[in-house]
Ligand binder design. Structure first.
Ligand code: PLP
Length: 399
């Protein structure tokens, strides 16, 4: 093909291959601009977004008030490091503690970093109490890509090639006997997701979660929840643990909190707030004032009424999924759902939905839906119709 005949998109994709390290397998789509739940590609085609950039854009694309908050702060003071005090971080931390009942916050830049911090707190706490430094995590979990967090991740296919791993991680299936055994052998804490996201949208049983929290409390081990994906309103509560009435010692968050900019963090309670002291931990970029100003807008928008709507829209989405022939094993909460399609590989469904104008995610052998929390019922309905078409195998374009 001559250069003239190639589409603008093909040329961009070739450039990517020439210069970007081949670490991702991408869909053949160059995204150019977005507004709300709609995103446009370089050829001007529009797509309904049921991914939120993997659970990140909770207010959708380019929310006006969020953008304005970030922009104002960018023009005022964009960064100064953690050597000095800044107001946006303090305001955000205050609001987060008020709305969670936790006591202190550490801000960083990603989910993996948030979990690294939680792991360090658990180990320092465990070592000081003579409990050792071993940490329990679950099979099918996902906690990040750094050395400690891929070790914590209980999925063997992430564990090839990167030996030696960080010692002291033990995997269990979600059964209390297994947790008890491992705690008896001397673990300093357990780290788990309330709903396993990358692992296939698996909702853990509330009895298991409550039981595990109780076992930890009785043995002086830390109960740590990774809310990187389930947090920031995703499940219809600010954090999923709040829905279940759990009392974690540490809560990690990231994805949705920055509304599209890199932000992660750890919430600490009375037991954990003073474990790390100056010199133990830190980050150059963490608590960036502009990102904190945007996160403050995110948090202010996630009112109890807004979260109620997330629950209502979630029920609508679940009912819609259940009504599509071929959709099976629908599981989730709020606006986080996973399901299988009878007789179809997930990749086929995602590929069929793409030209019909719908962006979907996968998680293991399931389709995963993480639409922006601001999505309307009409947009959900439109997405469900496209999904049904994609599953039914029809390929005509929906406008
Ligand atoms: C995405 C994710 C992470 C990793 O977050 P990064 O920002 O990619 O480092 C950790 N835990 C869970 C539950 C996640 O979904």
């Amino acid at each position: 093909m001559s250069e003239q005949q190639k589409s603008k998109e093909t040329l961009i994709m070739e450039e990517d291959g020439n210069y970007i390290a081949p670490i991702y397998s991408r869909y053949p789509l160059v995204l150019e601009k977005g507004k709300g739940v709609t995103v446009w590609d370089a050829e001007g085609r529009s797509y309904l977004d049921f991914t939120s950039g993997i659970g990140v854009n909770c207010l959708g694309f380019c929310d006006e008030a969020w953008g304005e908050a970030v922009f104002q702060q960018l023009k005022t003071l964009q960064h100064c490091s953690n050597l000095y005090y800044t107001k946006p971080a303090i305001q955000l931390a205050k609001l987060l503690t008020q709305r969670t009942g936790m006591r202190k916050v550490f801000f960083c830049n990603s989910g993996a970093e948030a979990n690294e911090c939680a792991i360090k707190i658990a180990r320092k706490h465990g070592n000081a109490k003579g409990k050792g430094a071993d940490i329990i995590t679950l099979w099918d979990s996902f906690h990040g890509r750094t050395m400690a967090t891929i070790t914590a991740t209980g999925q063997e296919h992430y564990h090839h090639h990167f030996h030696p791993f960080v010692p002291g991680f033990h995997y269990v299936t979600p059964r209390l006997e297994e947790v008890k055994d491992k705690l008896d052998q001397g673990a300093c804490g357990i780290l788990l997701e309330i709903i396993q996201g990358e692992g296939g949208v698996r909702v853990l049983a509330p009895e298991f979660l409550k039981g595990a929290a109780d076992l930890c409390r009785k043995r002086g081990a830390l109960f740590m929840v990774d809310e990187v994906q389930t947090g920031t309103g995703r499940t219809g509560a600010l954090f999923a643990y709040q829905k279940l009435g759990l009392k974690p010692d540490l809560v990690t968050f990231a994805k949705g909190m920055g509304g599209g900019l890199p932000m992660g963090g750890v919430l600490m309670n009375r037991v954990t707030e003073n474990v790390l002291v100056p010199g133990d931990h830190g980050t150059t970029f963490g608590a960036n004032p502009a990102i904190c100003a945007g996160a403050l807008e995110v948090l202010n928008r996630l009112t109890p009424e807004f979260l109620e709507e997330v629950n209502g829209k979630g029920e609508y989405l679940r009912d819609g999924l259940l009504s599509i022939p071929g959709v099976e094993d629908v599981e989730g909460m709020g606006l986080m759902w996973g399901f299988r399609v009878r007789g179809k590989a997930v990749k086929e469904v995602v590929a069929a939905a793409l030209p019909l104008g719908l962006l979907l995610l996968t998680a293991q052998d399931k389709i995963r839906l993480l639409p922006p929390l601001i999505i309307s019922v009409e947009e959900l309905e439109k997405g469900l119709k496209i999904l049904q078409k994609a599953i039914g195998g029809k390929t005509e374009l929906v406008v």
